[in-house]
Design a protein around this ligand. Sequence first.
Ligand SMILES: [Zn+2]
Length: 324
Amino acid sequence: MSWKESRAKKVFSQHLLSEVPFAPQRSYVSMVVLREFESTAVLTTEGQMLDVEVVRAGHQHTELMSRVLLQKRKQVAVERRTGRAFNRQLGIDDCDFMGKMCGKCPDCLIYGYAATTDEGSQRSRLITDSGFSIRSYDVMQRAITLNAIRDTTQGGVSGSAFAEREHIRPQAYFPTLETAMDVTPSELAYILRNILATTRYGAESNRQGYVKNHLVALLFSNAELISNLSLTQSVYDRLAKQNGGKLDEIPLDLQQVITAMKDTLHELVEQAFLPVTIYTGDSLQEILDSLRLTWRSEEGNSEWLQELREDHQAYLSKRSPKSK
Ligand SMILES: [Zn+2]
């Protein structure tokens, strides 16, 4: 399986830049991801309460609703870690997340890094925002009592202190977009690999927080199409209409949610001022299938990684010709 001959590479090359630019060109690709929690999860910033925001339920259903938040850094930070573990497998191990960033690996160049010395920095080329649950906090949360000693100290006296912590129940859905700006085809594949290979989100993720990321659409454009909140509200309106206004009693149906997302996106693409190319359904599946074959084949994988390295070497040598 060849990366260069793959459907993914062909489609990405039609829409994306062939090299990493120095000045922003606003070549956007949005990855529309439905995040489905398949186990309970802790989505608290600190303390015991879930992160909640009061917003309108939908665009048509304008009553207020408390929604659970999936903070943006909780999405991207874990996906970066997936990529960094992959990089270490490939022998890139001189980049330290908490300490000094190397400034030349795919993680630094795509997701950005801050300069610790005067060696420059890179703004993140990934634009994200917090995600909102489709249903309300009241039907999604569950307080679980934890043995606080076990969780906070090592070798404490067991059973003497308990704390309650709010969890979200399984089968909670968060429609989200991650938008990459001015990336090359090989870089987009790197970001998609991180999204598709990440399965744990939230605190205590060694025990819970299992998430399935469903890629629902890819959008190529020169502008952003929709925010996470607005997408969630549109999906809510559609589901409420189909279910006679009752969304609280039973968990939502995955296919119904995906269809509502697709219908919303197609409608917006029709209305957009600038051209947007959307891949969803079969046309998206073709791309995903070819990525799967690329990553599972030794030749395909190394061809893709070679291209990623070349994209970054070209950028780095242009950025600082002397240090090469
Ligand atoms: Zn790095």
